[in-house]
Design a protein around this ligand. Structure first.
Ligand code: SF4
Length: 166
């Protein structure tokens, strides 16, 4: 829903705080997720993620969420699905050249990023091309798996370091 999507961008800072809290929890749940099995969790978590993010951001479940780097404006709503926008066709009023009645998602992204902590810097990071094989998969689980594994490895190293002391 476009109205909700624009609301989320207007409240990008609150969305960022909310997401950071969610990520903190997800990363710490990694050992539990591992025990249950990420593969088994994929379907129900992806369905829930689709529902929540569909409502808030018009999420298209690309599987590689970039909202934190795009001012909470989902770039997959760009008719050209440009991940590093905007294109050269933005109208003088800030609307899309393909959908003249729609605000350019990248104009929205810049507005949202200015409201977020470190948002403008994050927007400068080049997004790699979308890997279509990940479409429909949960970004939340992917983050939990990647960052959870890194956290676990760091903890093990710390333990080894402490154990190595005389
Ligand atoms: S970037 Fe991808 S996962 Fe994130 S809201 Fe957009 S379509 Fe959904």
């Amino acid at each position: 829903m476009v109205r909700m999507r624009l609301w989320a961008v207007r409240h990008a800072r609150a969305m960022q705080v909310l997401y950071n809290s969610l990520e903190w929890v997800l990363v710490r749940l990694h050992p539990l997720f591992e025990r249950i099995g990420y593969q088994r969790l994929e379907k129900p978590v992806a369905a829930f993620e689709r529902w929540v993010k569909g409502l808030l951001f018009d999420c298209k479940m690309c599987g590689q969420c970039a909202l934190s780097s795009t001012g909470m404006s989902c770039s997959m709503n760009c008719p050209k699905t440009i991940r590093n926008g905007p294109c050269g066709g933005v109208r003088a009023n800030g609307n899309c050249e393909v959908k003249p009645d729609m605000r350019c998602v990248w104009v929205e992204a810049f507005a949202g990023s200015q409201r977020m902590k470190g948002g403008v810097e994050a927007m400068r990071v080049i997004q790699i091309a979308v890997d279509r094989r990940l479409e429909g998969r949960s970004s939340w689980l992917a983050v939990a798996k990647e960052k959870g594994a890194a956290l676990k490895a760091a903890g093990t190293q710390q333990q080894l370091g402490a154990g190595g002391k005389p």
